[in-house]
Design a protein around this ligand. Structure first.
Ligand SMILES: Cc1ncc(COP(=O)(O)O)c(C=O)c1O
Length: 395
């Protein structure tokens, strides 16, 4: 049986060149903070990786903080900015206890904002249109004298919609409010240029970029400050303490270098595969709805609602045929609640429940898409035969 991995938004396989870089770096065990030659060897490699990652997003290396994952970077910004800038302010001073975000953020932003809300912050959840776009006019209306931070993701993990970050950030800047974007899904798939976007903070994750799990990063513009989540030594300027994950950092640096080199060819190739899959589904399967923006979308993300069937049943049937997909974000796939992202688009529960996310990556080929198009129509037709909703509709 063919194995087809179409869950690259959940995590990516480690790139062979990254694997090589890890193997080569395995003997490096010095602590990057030690001043002897063992430590200095590790330090040089950490700094080399910082330069490579900075190049990918057009940042200065000094603006990169290595973390353990994208979730940590998001937590660090939301909790770190509010903890740094808010407590000493008089109650009604500008830049206070108000955060603006969107209704379709990853749980690591959404739940952190919920946590801050329970601690007295006011959160404004910007709505999105049926394609998943935040309207800059809504942001203009939402910002008040109390707003300290706006956080809107760059590319959505479930539907792939790419938000107008440059425009949103300009609005925040006009009001003197910090702007953060979660670029975990966008990195390596579309251009992420912090100078163009003019964001203050930007979150990244290694395992969505063909590096291993357990390594992430935060871009923090020069001059910004943040209160760390953990306290301890002086690593990462005291902002992310704990002995550096040298291997993970080297791997992320390599992955960034490879992404910078290959993105120009890979992004259009993956987009073409996605289009082939989308057109095939449209042609072969009735009663489908494509979720997300038709053009402003990450090249490998395709989210489809198959009406009258359960996404979980589709996932299991496809898995039995060697095809790996997702019913939403991996983080919420254990939950029976319909995806908050799809509900924010205006889908009714039944449509949201029948949705599947196909996320393509660098290892996918035309043959993979052909195989999915060979298997999927039969799976959907079979499940619809058993579905009371589908039978009721057929009368
Ligand atoms: C948009 C987005 N942000 C943040 C994260 C969290 O990243 P990590 O798994 O590295 O914690 C994910 C992971 O799925 C994501 O898709």
């Amino acid at each position: 049986m063919r194995n087809v991995y179409l869950d690259n938004n959940a995590t990516t396989p480690i790139h062979p060149e990254v694997q090589e870089a890890i193997k080569e770096a395995l003997p490096i065990y010095g602590n990057a903070s030690s001043h002897h030659s063992f430590g200095q060897e590790a330090r040089e490699r950490v700094e080399d990786a910082r330069v490579k990652l900075a190049r990918l997003i057009n940042a200065d290396p000094s603006e990169i903080i290595f973390t353990s994952c994208g979730s940590e970077s998001n937590n660090l910004v939301l909790k770190g900015v509010t903890c740094e800038y808010v407590p000493c302010k008089p109650k009604d001073a500008p830049g206070g206890r108000h955060i603006v975000t969107s209704q379709i953020e990853h749980p690591s932003v959404k739940n952190t904002a919920n946590c801050l809300e329970q601690r007295g912050f006011k959160i404004t959840w910007l709505p999105v249109d049926p394609r998943g776009l935040v309207d800059p006019e809504d942001l203009k209306k939402a910002i008040t004298r109390q707003t300290v931070l706006v956080t809107v993701m760059l590319g959505n993990n479930e539907i792939g919609t790419i938000e107008p970050i440059q425009e949103l950030c300009a609005i925040a800047r006009e009001h003197g409010v910090f702007f953060h974007t979660d670029a975990v899904q966008a990195l390596g798939k579309v251009q992420v240029d912090v100078k163009e976007l003019e964001v203050d903070f930007l979150s990244l994750s290694g395992h969505k970029l063909y590096a291993p799990k357990g390594i992430g990063a935060l871009y923090m513009k020069k001059g910004r400050m943040i209160c760390p989540l953990f306290h301890g030594g002086h690593q990462e300027g005291g902002l992310r303490v704990g002995t550096e994950n040298t291997l993970g950092i080297i791997a992320l640096g390599k992955a960034a270098e490879v992404a910078r080199r290959d993105m120009g060819q890979e992004a259009p190739r993956i987009w073409a595969l996605r289009e082939k899959l989308r057109q095939g589904i449209e042609k072969l399967i009735p009663d489908v709805r494509f979720n997300g923006h038709p053009e402003k979308v990450l090249p490998g993300t395709l989210n489809v609602s198959f009406l009258y069937v359960e996404g979980e049943s589709i996932l299991l049937r496809l898995s039995g045929k060697g095809i790996a997909v997702s019913t939403g974000s991996a983080c919420s796939s254990g939950s029976l609640e319909p995806s908050h992202v799809l509900l924010a688009l205006g889908l009714i529960h039944e449509e949201a429940h029948g949705s599947i996310r196909f996320s393509l990556g660098r290892e996918n080929t035309e043959q993979d898409v052909d195989y999915v198009l060979e298997v999927l129509p039969g799976v959907i037709a079979d499940l619809r035969k058993m579905s009371p909703l589908s039978r009721a509709r057929a009368g």
